[in-house]
Design a protein around this ligand. Structure first.
Ligand SMILES: [Zn+2]
Length: 153
């Protein structure tokens, strides 16, 4: 293939003048050898900015929040069953679920932020996952506690 340097028109055979613009700057088309592959090999090593200190700190906080969230919402989940027979336990379980779901939400948000900052460590994933699970657990615990309060009322 030959290409007109002036307008970009392509020709199968070498011609003296471009039939589009009349330019004589017809040259063999350069085969774009390194368009696709080097882009890939370049972007990969650049992406893991796992040394990003902010991302790492966010990841650690995310994990701590996720663990606190899942631990205490877990407790509220089991307490909510006791809430079916005891009003006080039901209200306590409800309070636990409401209060500690905040840690779960924080864990989830901070985990995402950490990942956005390019932190590749598993701490952000753990925090995000535990955060999400604790939100679900808290929701169920809150629901059960509410039923408990209704039954006992
Ligand atoms: Zn041309």
């Amino acid at each position: 293939m030959f290409v007109c340097k002036n307008c970009g028109e392509k020709f199968d055979t070498q011609v003296n003048f471009c039939n589009q613009c009349g330019s004589s700057a017809i040259e063999p088309e350069e085969i774009p050898v390194y368009t696709a592959e080097p882009v890939y090999t370049y972007s990969a090593p650049v992406a893991p900015a796992s040394s990003s200190p902010a991302g790492k700190i966010l990841g650690i906080i995310s994990m701590v929040c996720g663990i606190v969230g899942i631990f205490f919402t877990g407790i509220s989940f089991f307490m909510s069953f006791g809430g079916f027979t005891d009003d006080d336990i039901a209200s306590m379980a409800m309070f636990y679920a409401l209060f500690f779901v905040a840690f779960g939400i924080a864990g989830m948000i901070l985990g995402s932020m950490s990942k956005n900052k390019g932190f590749m460590g598993s701490m952000a994933t753990v925090g995000k996952t535990l955060g999400m699970v604790s939100i679900i657990v808290a929701g169920v615990a809150f629901f059960f506690s509410f039923i408990g309060l209704c039954i006992n009322a």
